[in-house]
Design a protein around this ligand. Structure first.
Ligand SMILES: Cc1cc2nc3c(=O)[nH]c(=O)nc-3n(C[C@H](O)[C@H](O)[C@H](O)COP(=O)(O)O)c2cc1C
Length: 319
């Protein structure tokens, strides 16, 4: 472990730690205009949403680390109090990066990056046509977070108009794989938030899980279950009793099986077949049967069959 007092390291290093440890960060592609109505477009990844009523977002056009100077976006926001913030998708990432070039204030980064400007409904800065998620914003406050090199300036904005592409919705929500966002990591690294990177975790919103502390010790001590597996057990509302466990086991169909057959079901992630196969191996006193039952529980958990997972893992402790 590195133990670091920020007062003893360079601003460059601090920036590197923040960029690596707080990641992937969403990217705000911010369009502003100067007092002379010149377009400006720049990305900011010190950015997030902070409230829905009113819809409030914030990002930080910081002072440059190298000399403490302020950026065009900052000056434009102070003078016009308006901007448009757009999401950055995978298809836009190279042009977005191009728009971060430090051109002179009068240079139009729409032209430089090749993005298409379209008129906004309420504010003066243009929207980026290529982004499927655009927010017209008014500046609520600009809070300086210091005066030295690298100091942030928190631009807090209210969203006064959303423009969202119909094609990125599925079942009423914006589907991660359809919007295909990118996030910023350390150095030159980015994350593409789609494909295998997307997974679901059930919200504990309307229920109260038993908690990690109530998971039986034999499960916590098993080498089969990962921290995420245990978190899922802790998110269940109750633990089945012994009678339920035996009823469940009695209803399963035993069939003649072998270790390679179990392994095949395991690789196919078929938790029911795994358990049935393991139960046969238990009957013929195979030494790995108990481990196989735990593995069936693990795969049931990962397939979101929590009831099955509990009953099989509890059975493994009763044999
Ligand atoms: C992905 C990405 C994220 C960035 N995030 C920030 C940020 O959060 N704050 C910042 O001040 N600069 C950030 N930058 C750098 C600015 O985009 C860059 O300084 C830009 O030239 C500023 O333009 P302006 O002077 O036209 O406002 C980022 C650059 C990239 C490529």
């Amino acid at each position: 472990m590195k133990h670091i007092n920020p007062k003893n390291v360079s601003i460059n290093d601090i920036q590197k730690y923040l960029n690596g440890g707080i990641a992937p960060r969403p990217i705000a592609l911010v369009s502003t205009i100067s007092e002379y109505e010149e377009n400006n477009l720049s990305p900011f990844s010190f950015y997030n949403a902070f409230g829905s009523n009113p819809p409030t977002i914030a990002f930080s056009p910081s002072r440059r680390v190298r000399d403490g100077s302020l950026k065009d976006t900052y000056y434009n926001l102070i003078s016009t109090k308006q901007c448009v913030v757009q999401a950055v998708t995978y298809n836009m990432v190279e042009q977005m990066s191009l728009s971060s070039t430090e051109y002179e204030p009068y240079v139009d980064e729409f032209v430089k990056s090749g993005f298409t400007p379209v008129d906004s409904m309420i504010v003066k800065p243009k929207r980026v046509k290529e982004s499927p998620f655009q927010m017209e914003c008014k500046l609520l406050d600009m809070i300086p977070l210091g005066k030295g090199n690298g100091a942030g300036n928190l631009a807090i904005c209210e969203v006064v108009y959303f423009h969202i592409d119909d094609d990125i919705f599925e079942n009423g929500i914006i589907q991660p794989s359809l919007i295909d966002l990118v996030g910023r990591n350390s150095g030159d690294f980015y994350t593409r938030a789609s494909g295998n990177a997307i997974f679901e975790v059930e919200k504990p919103l309307n229920k109260k899980g038993i908690g990690y502390d109530k998971i039986p010790d034999f499960i916590k001590e098993s080498h089969v279950f990962s921290a995420n597996n245990l978190g899922k057990f802790g998110n269940s509302e109750s633990i089945p009793n012994e009678e339920d466990v035996f009823t469940f086991i009695d209803k399963l169909n035993y069939f003649e099986s072998t270790e390679p057959m179990f392994e095949r079901f395991y690789s196919q992630k078929k938790h029911k077949k795994m358990l049935e196969s393991a139960l046969f191996l238990l009957k013929i006193r195979n030494k790995k049967a108990k481990l196989f039952i735990e593995l069936s529980a693990k795969i049931a958990l990962e397939n979101n069959d929590l009831d099955f997972a509990w009953k099989s893992v509890l059975y493994s402790n009763l044999i």
